[in-house]
Design a protein around this ligand. Sequence first.
Ligand code: G6P
Ligand code: ZN
Length: 559
Amino acid sequence: MSAQIKDISTKPFDGQKPGTSGLRKRVKVFQQEHYTENFVQAIFDSIDPKGQTFVIGGDGRYFSPEAVQTILKIGSANGVGKLIIGKDGILSTPAASNVIRKYKAYGGILLTASHNPGGPNNDFGIKYNVSNGGPAPENVTDKIFQRTKEIKSYKVLELEPVDLSKIGTSKYGPTDVEIIDSVSDYVELLEGIFDFTLIKNFLQSTPDFRVLFDGLHGVTGPYAKAILVDTLGLPSAAIQNCVPLPDFGGGHPDPNLTYAHTLVEAVEKNNIQFGAASDGDGDRNMIYGKGAFVTPSDSVAIIADWAECIPYFQSGIKGLARSMPTSAAIDYVAKKKGLEYFEVPTGWKFFGNLMDAGRLSICGEESFGTGSDHIREKDGIWAVIAWLNILAAANKKSPNKVIGINEILLDHYEKYGRSFFSRYDYEDVSSDAAMKMVDALNAHIAKGSLIGEKFTASTKETFTVSETTNFNYTDPIDKSVSKNQGQIVRFADGSRVVFRLSGTGSQGATVRMYVEKYTTDKAQYGQDTAEGLKGLIEIALTISKLKEFLKVEKPTVIT
Ligand code: G6P
Ligand code: ZN
């Protein structure tokens, strides 16, 4: 224990700017000498860590164990009071948010690149969360970035590595270390939110209503097992790919129709009524039953509409919100219920201020994020259990007919109309070409040159441009301004297309095109999304000249 704090000299690395959700790069980049150390020191330099408690966890991806030990060495040398670490360095992102809040930590360092593939040739990530349990706001990440540009040395205390597999308390130099069970606090949290008895009764009395959860070999496996199997009594066949692996079994742990194909195939083949998946770090979700895909935009609207059946919301809903590219489905629910609602830029951190101010209860994003103010991150398993709670409540009201996902969806459309929604992703395109496309759209917006123009698609539908804008946001609580959050083209019939550059990629650029069309024509409620949006998608491609700029024919992913 006589080790001395050492100052190791270093030089800044370019590009350590945290993106939408922390610093994400190839593992090989993080493995460079001093790279990870610089960033960790920059975090501690940007806050006042002395004597404070921090939570460490992550999705267990490749390079996590090494990164935890690095944080121990640097944290302890910087005077951190206590580190609460998930067993084996594992805490899903929502579980970490909960632990930060529950134990009143000063902040947390999450080792994850979310849904990006893992393994020696893929991605790693480091994300800093603040005391409300949510991602650090821009003023903090800007400070971290600034420090990475001027760093000359970092501090370490070199002691024996801590055994991360042993639950209990120990010391690392002056720092208290507590290794905690990764799952139990989270299970307790959800038990306090949902009606587990109602759900269990429904599942046990309706054995034909089969459930399948796919962990995509991400972090949620043990959480899903603890809740779905051990608590709700489902058979072990109700979970698959639930052993977390450092490389996610070579897959892309993102719950969407393309990457969660193991779920989609199993649901279709085995006629499963309720399927769901979550991403690498457990904050995203997809709800997918036999022949029934729930778009994330519809999912959050439906959860908001049914919220009264969830005990946590029985004392009232404070407000609703969505990110700008997300469809307006939740807005209709808010209007009907007379609730305040918000449209924020992409990124979960924008919801945090509204929640902290007591103005937001339920929110979601088209990017498969759904959640509430129970924590300050989106929450994949929460969304899955919310759906099971809703289905259990709906079935209680309908003793003679089993209500499934499709019935809930159709019912919702009958009540509120339907917002067709789809997103086209063009991954790893040239940043230069993407910028040119955005510049061209901005030029149209500045001049108003598209307004009034009519575009007719091969479906014979005509869309007339009514408004073009570049989305800027002023936070209603702290008044901070976020500019250039996406180009929006609105049409006279209420349809809209949005273009946005992804903020989470690790190389090249990713262009996202979001397409939304609202209808109250009942004949379209059962229609396929791709069919419903065919004409509008053509027009979106024409207006943006996307294929010409990016030199690609087809999107990499359609959700
Ligand atoms: C992360 C954030 C989400 C956000 C998403 C956007 O998952 O937690 O809140 O919606 O990134 O990703 P993008 O690649 O579109 O910037
Ligand atoms: Zn994630």
